[in-house]
Design a protein around this ligand. Structure first.
Ligand SMILES: Cc1ncc(COP(=O)(O)O)c(C=O)c1O
Length: 383
């Protein structure tokens, strides 16, 4: 088969199905609004949970960083891409989150790939919650280690896997807050299991960091555990992008030697690190923003009880409404868009087959009136 036939065949398999993926270029967005050439929408699909993507002090910090360092880092951190700004941010993150070390990665995807690829060897095994993010699942699938999934948030299912013999090391993987369901992992119970089985726990807290726990320290802090590997990402509550791995000194030294995503990739721009340092300060002092978000979550859940959808068991900013059928989900998302409400439909394989959903995300920037507009549209007959 030639290349063109291959591409045509694979595209034909998808074209015209609800699984066809589209991107739409827009003219700007934040945690509340999204602007396109067709007008302004209320944005209920952003992960900018605290509205920090447009925070004036964070923007000013990025500009200061660009003035001092230029706009790019110039190389991998192992060559000349590691600046005082990166070093300071790593120290600040480690101190805030109670770890010896933090290592910066350019994205959460890269961090998850890099850590799992570096740590896991052939005789080892990875046991992951079956709803873990694609970046974790894919890293596990590509690893030479054995890969098993346990039932979502089900400790007995994890225990069953752990009782099986493994000659190598075991890494148990979960998200702190699940990105598509919005529910929280039972971290304390998971940590008990990993401790008693001499395994390690890796928690990806992309959706918990900045939001949960004292000073926004995240789901692990809130549930009073300290996993051996904590992943925090900066594309959500921080309003920027990038990620960090929190770990002990020994593990950090190992990563610096073996994590290929660190060694062979240009580090994040130093100006971004300066902006992220300011974002950490804003998050730590951001109790009022966290409170606004919590108020919006409570209000939405209270008022949404009478919607023709059942709410999921989520007390977080992610409030999905499961529609089930793919085409129906796409149609609902489109109907909401006609009313200037931006709510992305999420379809398999991102979520399990038969559970297509409107993934509503609430932020600190939404007003009561914004939420009322969404609820009113969702109440309309036909849904
Ligand atoms: C749980 C989780 N982990 C990792 C990622 C990837 O992070 P990044 O966007 O920084 O690559 C995401 C989403 O983007 C996520 O939801």
């Amino acid at each position: 088969m030639n290349w063109s036939d291959f591409l045509s065949r694979r595209l034909a398999e998808r074209r015209g199905t609800p699984l066809w993926r589209n991107r739409q270029a827009h003219q700007g967005a934040d945690g509340r609004l999204l602007f396109t050439s067709n007008g302004q929408y209320l944005n209920f699909s952003s992960n900018d949970y605290l509205g920090l993507s447009r925070h004036p002090q964070i923007i000013a910090a990025w500009q200061r960083g660009a003035d001092q360092y230029g706009v790019g880092s110039g190389s991998s951190g192992h060559v000349t891409g590691y600046t005082a700004a990166h070093h300071e941010l790593e120290q600040q993150l480690a101190e805030w989150l109670g770890y010896s070390r933090a290592l910066l990665f350019i994205s959460g995807y890269a961090a998850n790939q890099g850590v799992i690829a570096a740590l896991m060897e052939k005789e080892d095994r990875i046991i992951a919650d079956r709803l873990s993010h694609a970046s974790l699942m894919e890293a596990a699938m590509h690893s030479s280690a054995q890969f098993r999934r346990f039932l979502h948030n089900d400790i007995d299912s994890l225990k069953q896997h752990l009782t099986k013999e493994c000659v190598g090391k075991t890494l148990v993987v979960t998200e702190g807050i699940f990105s598509m369901d919005g529910d929280c992992a039972p971290l304390e119970l998971l940590a008990q299991q990993t401790k008693s089985s001499n395994s390690w726990l890796m928690v990806d807290d992309a959706h918990g960091i900045g939001i949960h726990g004292e000073e926004g320290r995240g789901s692990c802090w809130e549930q009073n555990i300290k996993p051996e590997i904590l992943i925090v990402t900066f594309g959500k509550a921080f309003g920027l992008s990038g990620a960090a791995v929190l770990c002990d000194g020994h593990t950090a030294e190992y990563m610096l030697q073996y994590a290929r995503h660190l060694i062979y990739s240009t580090s994040m721009p130093p100006a971004q690190a300066v902006a992220l340092s300011e974002a950490v300060r804003q998050i730590r002092a951001g109790e009022a923003l966290r409170q606004s978000l919590q108020n919006n979550i409570h209000y939405f859940r209270h008022e949404a009880q009478h919607l023709p959808f059942s709410l999921m068991d989520s007390r977080t900013a992610i409030q999905p409404l499961v529609v089930g059928d793919n085409e129906h989900c796409i149609a609902l998302s489109e109907q909401l868009r006609q009313k200037n409400l931006w709510v992305k439909g999420i379809l398999p394989p991102t979520v399990p087959v038969g559970s297509a959903r409107l993934r509503i995300t609430l932020t600190a920037s939404h007003t009561r009136q914004d939420i009322d507009a969404l609820l009113e549209a969702l109440h309309e007959p036909g849904y």
